[in-house]
Design a protein around this ligand. Structure first.
Ligand code: XMP
Length: 554
């Protein structure tokens, strides 16, 4: 990638094809319309996770959701009105990089303590509680990172229900609590931390370790105890409840209006379309653009699922030739993305215009996208506008956004998809980039090269699925390089293309490791590719992690 072209890669959590296009088209002008904020029914238990900047904050939120308790991640400076509107049953303070005794560091607003609701402070969050409620935090003489054994001294504490008296925990802190605030007791200790857990009788607790990380295997039980035993949450955040609430909300929001949605074949847009369809039926029209850069049989599969099985209004547009023409002679990866993004928007606009007036655009924005863009109110609404600008496409369409998944994590979207009856194949599909196979062909994208890559990709997918590894891998695919090398087939010398295999494990695509695929499997894939795909005579396996590499080759 040249230094002059800024990267347009987006850290997707799925094949958010549409959002990626929209991202690309940010510069296109349009009229901003701010989406309506969803309203939550009072009966849903909610906990507010207050973010002090820890790298694990999002993980805390995910763990809470795994306990079937709804939560939102909110910046420490979120105003009370916003927090009050969630009607929380308790608070969790995240960790963070600061030291409470330094000037100007983030602290919790007084209204949280005044609410008299339970609080669980994790690491820096515990130090915040200590500092603000009259205890003392000092720089530790010994930093404590990594594994430690927690010994529970107050076995009757509600935090420790269903736990043994000693358990492994993950520590990561430099500062130490030397004096607890009045009314607090030490509830557990480790070798280096005499106050590894503290609590008072009003349901305020502090943990010096990280219960949210995998290195604290029983951490989820501690979180669950806080949620169920202390906050008295009932665990009523389930896919079924979510679906029922979403459908009601969409009905209210849309009324008699018409909604348009771009399908990509991926799980996010599929779940959005299905939810909206459940809510308002034929008031929804989906546009599915075949950009000619999809995998083999993908368009047929998507159409089949939605048209035949789910009986949705779908407009199928085969724009393959248009995209190919636009990509002629283009080799720069970022330029490919830009052309594809712009072409998508042109096609989408054109088709939508033929279908009459629409009032809403349904889109599969997920919670990590929202959190990553910002955690404060103002920044979040800025993101809504950006999405709308491009999502709304031409200002004349003046569409408001419907984003039913904007508070869901990926695994929740999958659960909802399954509960909605979407096929497993679709729900568990590996992420696929918006620009599709174009960024897996090094150099120019032509019809012939697309066919070569499709054939190789088909084999990779087939073998990975047969080996039952598909779900474990974040992504697995083939890349058609522009390298040609000499080979020999029978009595002939060949000069064919090099295919690279890429298979990675990852949690969120921000970092990834190359998958240790069995040699037997690699061998089968390689044999099949060189035998079944013409023009290819060599296969290599990419063994680099991200960073320093990236998942895609372009
Ligand atoms: P990289 O290659 O940056 O990819 O490690 C991270 C994740 O993002 C996907 N990706 C894209 N998705 N439009 C998308 O919708 C894009 O332009 C794009 N580029 C990369 C990639 O497949 C991986 O999951």
């Amino acid at each position: 990638m040249g230094a002059k072209t800024p990267a347009r890669r987006v850290a997707t959590t799925d094949d958010i094809e549409v959002s990626a296009y929209l991202e690309i088209a940010k510069e296109l002008h349009g009229e901003a319309v701010v989406a309506e904020k969803p309203k939550y029914p009072a009966e849903r238990d909610t906990v507010a996770v207050i973010d002090f900047g820890s790298q694990y904050s999002m993980l805390i939120a995910r763990r809470v959701r795994e306990c079937r308790v709804y939560c939102e991640l909110l910046s420490y400076d979120t105003p009370w009105q916003k927090i009050a509107s969630l009607n929380p049953k308790g608070f969790i303070f995240s960790g963070g990089p600061a030291s409470v005794y330094e000037p100007g560091v983030p602290l919790a607003p007084a209204f949280i303590y005044e609410s008299r609701l339970p609080i669980l402070g994790i690491c820096y969050g515990m130090q915040v509680i200590t500092h603000q409620l009259g205890g003392k935090v000092t720089p530790g003489t010994r930093h404590e990172y990594g594994h430690a054994i927690l010994h529970i001294s107050a076995e009757d504490s509600p935090l420790f229900v269903n736990l043994p008296s000693s358990l492994p925990v993950w520590m990561s802190h430099g500062d130490q609590i030397t004096e607890m605030p009045p009314g607090f007791k030490a509830l557990a200790y480790t070798e280096n931390s005499p106050i590894a857990v503290m609590g008072n009788d009003s349901g305020i607790f502090g943990l010096q370790f990280h219960p949210e990380v995998a290195h604290t295997p029983q951490g989820k039980t501690i979180l669950q105890n806080f949620l169920y035993e202390v906050c008295k949450c009932k665990g009523n955040w389930t896919p079924g409840n979510f679906i029922a609430e979403s459908i009601d909300r969409i009905k209210q929001q849309v009324g008699e209006g018409r909604v348009i949605c771009a399908l990509s074949g991926g799980v996010d847009s599929a779940v959005v379309a299905t939810l909206v369809h459940r809510a308002i039926g034929d008031q929804l029209t989906c546009i599915f653009v075949n950009n000619g850069l999809l995998r083999r049989e993908e368009p047929e599969r998507v159409l089949n699922t939605f048209q035949r099985n789910l009986h949705m209004n779908i407009v199928y547009v085969d724009a393959s030739e248009k995209f190919l023409r636009r990509l002629k002679g283009v080799v720069d990866p970022e330029l490919k993305r830009q052309h594809i993004g712009e072409e998508f928007i042109r096609v989408f606009e054109e088709e939508a215009a033929k279908l009459g007036k629409f009032d809403f655009l349904a889109q599969g924005t997920l919670y990590p996208d929202v959190i990553e863009s910002a955690t404060t109110e103002s920044k979040v609404s800025a993101k809504i506008k950006t999405h709308h600008n491009v999502g709304g496409l031409p200002a004349k369409m003046s569409l408001a956004l419907i984003e039913p998944l904007r508070y869901l994590f990926k695994d929740e979207v999958r659960e909802v998809g399954l509960a909605l009856g979407l096929p497993e194949d679709m729900v568990w599909r590996q992420p696929f980039p918006g620009p599709g196979l174009a960024i897996r062909i090094i150099g120019e994208v032509t019809k012939e090269r697309l066919e070569t890559l499709r054939a190789a990709d088909w084999i990779v997918m087939n073998e990975i699925k047969k080996a039952k590894l598909y779900r474990q891998l974040w992504q697995s695919f083939a890349v058609l390089t522009d390298v040609q090398s000499v080979g020999v087939m029978g009595d002939y010398r060949t000069y064919g293309y090099l295919i690279a295999l890429r298979a990675v494990t990852s949690e969120d695509a921000m970092t990834a490791d190359w998958a240790r695929l069995p040699y037997e499997l690699l061998s089968r894939i390689s044999n099949r590719i060189v035998n079944e795909v013409s023009n290819v005579n060599r296969v290599v396996y990419d063994i680099t992690s991200k960073p320093p590499s990236t998942i895609e080759w372009e």
